[in-house]
Design a binder for this molecule. Sequence first.
Ligand code: PGA
Length: 248
Amino acid sequence: MGNWKMHGRISENATLLTEVAAGASALQNGVRVGVCVPCPYLAQSQALLSGSVVRWGIQDVSAHPAGAYTGEVAAEMAADFGVTYAIVGHSERRAYHRESPELVAAKAQRAIEAGLTPIVCVGETLEERESGATEQVIGTQLEAVLLVLTEKQAASIVVAYEPVWAIGTGKTARPGQAQDVHAFLRRKLQEKGAAVANVPLLYGGSVKPENAQELFAQRDIDGGLIGGASLKSKDFLAICQAAQTELH
Ligand code: PGA
């Protein structure tokens, strides 16, 4: 899953989207590919990706269904543009917009109600990791979401583990380090119900063509949430290829 963040211009997007759609059409082994684009480019993504194997998504949704919330975008509005995925709780939103675990949970609910698949991001800061609080922090983030969802709804989400210290820094979690956290997340999901344990778990944080294969080879890593490398079709497609080889 690509996460373009606040990047893109209408002229450049056309090339990127077209190349990704063309490259992804050759993928096998049930690899699913998507790109989460800035809101103004949802219509362009819909126009260029409809009929391709690539799905498109939004990077955030409002916790409210509609109303006097200037600047917010409702999940239902994204659904109008054929959106499949909605990232919720990205660490940049939690940090810069002070989004609490409860707010993120409400956003996941709104996404599900609108027929979108929420990609719930969880992750610890370096300080939290070094103080031994990783499991407590991401456990709290995940639990808040699971609390408000039914078992059936919870089985329909995607969870992304993104250690804050690895995002955009060039520092990737070691595959074993990431696997340990994914195994923990899997256990937490299992507590909600057997079907919930099977939700896709993505790893994110400086995933590149050079390290994707080793990460995807880990037992509980089912895919990636790719920031910087999703802006170059060659790199993004190389990561998708790694998924095709390593995921099972
Ligand atoms: P990055 O970003 O791949 O540029 O580290 C990942 C993300 O924040 O989703």
